[in-house]
Design a protein around this ligand. Sequence first.
Ligand code: FAD
Length: 465
Amino acid sequence: MIRDINAQVLVIGSGPAGYSSAFRSADLGLQTVLVEKYSSLGGVCLNVGCIPSKLLLHFAKVIKEAKEISKQGVIFGKPKIDFSLIKSHKENIIFNLSSGLQNMMQKRNIDLLQGVGHFVDEKTFLVSNDTEHVNIHFKNIILATGSKPVTLPNMPNSPNIWNSTQALSLNSIPDRLLIVGSGIIGLEMATFYSSIGVKVDVIDRCSRLLPVLDMDVINIFHRSIKQDFNVLLETEICDIVLHNNGVLVTLSNNDKREKVFYNSILIAIGRTSNIHDLGIDTVGIKVDQNNFIIVDNQLRTNVSSIYAIGDVIGEPMLAHKGMHQGHIVAEVIAGYKHYFDPRVIPSVAYTDPEIAWVGINEMEAIKQGIDYEVSIFPWKASGRAIVSNCSNGMTKLIVNKKNNKIIGGVIIGRQAGELISEITLAIEMECDMEDISLTIHAHPTLYETIGLSSQIFQGSITDLI
Ligand code: FAD
């Protein structure tokens, strides 16, 4: 069956970027249609990304905390892990959240079409599924088709060679796991698998972990994770031999070669845009050298009625960046003069310890020639961190000396992802250090370390720590 429908706003993809733009468009009174390939709404983030990974990391945190407090008088035994129960719990969470999205779409009268689509011309998008073909005649289209994992060249096909989706599926639990790539996804998966007793090695061809962070943060992180998993830098796979129950890998580190047997390998070396089904060449949408769609600061492509948001336009590939862009793009289409400003986007590695950062770091400040000052509060001086077994942390603020404004911040330690919000707001509102130090922070809390950092900066407690 072929039918034709119209849309003032057509959104392709139901991930955080897509659903946020559809909700805002509908709320602004624009008649909205959303197309999604899969029956479960929510994209990578909800189905095979943020949410399932954070569930597993929650388990990892509880297992570790139980171990730690056992040394302090509250004794727990070795955890028994029921993977089938974990899997059904995970599936329930995804189902409930995805159904919630579906309800919110219905309430807003957003037309939802399941299927894969491509451009017919600059004003028509054809969506097909098992039962019908639908020509959608749109006024504006928002491409929010997200990203997918990339793999290493010449990687053989094997159930023991995983991407992040397979790592989250828990279909088999290896004794030994090799993770290729020490980015956030690789390190988060190392945190989970090591917590359940898997022997994990992480390799990366880079000479340092997380190059977006200053070395003082990395040093704390390195010291903390040593007990959980190995990180081998400047190391690559140079040969792979498949076996029934795993993979024999030859690792190369400069001139050294070593053969190691792993039951599974997770390739976590990055993600690429989902543009191949869309037929973007038909309408001449421009992409960069890495195949991410090029947009201006109003998220418009080189074709005036076509917009793109989220992972499909490249880094940072974060759900909250996509959601924010979803709101902006809907407002632009509705006629508001809004722009996307990438200056203050927090990033979080939900590892143990957690790391969260926002604004610029010291390396960037030096690069930009900013005369800056740093203020650090070590968590070993925080009563709350000590009683909570998380004193291996640090709160660091970076301040522009010219005007005392906060331009960056990083927190390493438990709940860093929650705590970073104060620094994010401070940078967004262009606060200076005095604003922070005049704000009363509750005691004893972990977020108090932000207030204490600002007081160190003002010289009031320097001698005490
Ligand atoms: P996606 O979520 O990828 O959604 C795109 C949607 O478009 C998909 O549902 C897809 O099926 C659909 N689609 C694609 N092509 C078509 C087509 N032709 N027709 C119809 N539909 C189509 N980010 C964070 O901020 N915090 C985290 O903690 C975090 N953890 C992560 C953990 C893992 C393991 C992974 C893999 C990612 C994680 N991310 C995290 C990244 C986050 O998931 C992405 O940044 C986010 O999902 C991007 O949203 P999006 O809407 O741009 O695209």
